[in-house]
Ligand binder design. Sequence first.
Ligand code: GDD
Length: 321
Amino acid sequence: MKKAFITGISGQDGSYLAEYLLNLGYEVHGIVRRNSVPEHQQSRIDFHRENIHVYYGDLTDASGLERLLKKIQPDEIYNLGAQSHVRISFDVPNYTVQTNALGVLNILEAYRNACPEAKFYQASSSEMFGSSVDEDGFQRETTRMTPVSPYGCSKVFAYNLVHNYRNAYKLHAANGILFNHESPRRGSNFVTNKVVKGAVLIKKGLAKKLEMGNMDSFRDWGHSKDYVRAMHMIINHDIADDFVVATGTTHSVREMTDYVFSKLGLDFNEFVVQNPIYLRPEELPYLRGDCSKLKKTFNWAPEYTFETMMDEMIDFWMKTL
Ligand code: GDD
């Protein structure tokens, strides 16, 4: 039985990855941070609680990470933990960098000291590309990284550190460069789930308007379940390497909002208003990923389309609210 260790196990991706690995017969271990409301801490993994080994831990706590890795001796380490909200990274830049950049240094050191034979996956992000787009309108593994947020800068630091540890210490450390990925488990302060939840509240007569930030940015939105399959392929590749994971299609926030409201028989123009608190000091205007390398290497293909993913989220909130 293979053993996996997941940071960020209670997040959207961590919970889907834990389920995916349990189905493959893995023993799954993960860390959660201490939260003053314990009910909020593990809600996404509650239904697998008996099958998952959960410990308190934090990427900023180097000695705790090393102690756990020494004890568990995992075959695969997935570093999905992060301060993952881009706009909030402007409010808490120091904390974001401590967690997303120095936290990765901590877990790489723990990995190198405790279980160097294991394989390592780093959750790198399309936010690292920032304002760079290739001439054909895509971002890919070779695209220049010019991040435009403290979050993006912290992820570039971590991405480079993974290269450095891979080369310097001959560790099997890989980067998945994931474009935006969503699901009903997405935090409702990220734009897709915020729009779906807000539109359903309006549809049910429970809210009158929805306050948004910039409607003119474009994102390449895939489904988290499809992307955790890619993570498993990437970490198990013979060679530790870097792979873009994306759908290759892009939509504006406005188009996505229009799709959701139209599905519910509503005109978004009547309900959506801009509130400047949701604007970012610097915005990343356009993302569209080319994942040819991933497709060619693993024959990976997403099962969800933009439409089936958004429909699943709409169904979820219609049933839940
Ligand atoms: N969150 C949010 N809330 N975003 C809004 C809003 C709003 O009210 N209104 C407009 N937007 C716009 C943002 O300005 C951004 O251009 C776009 O919607 C997407 O925002 P998010 O859903 O917050 O995601 P993100 O692209 O900033 O970051 C996500 O994707 C990255 C991969 O590129 C996060 O999941 C990151 O952790 C991830 O690395």
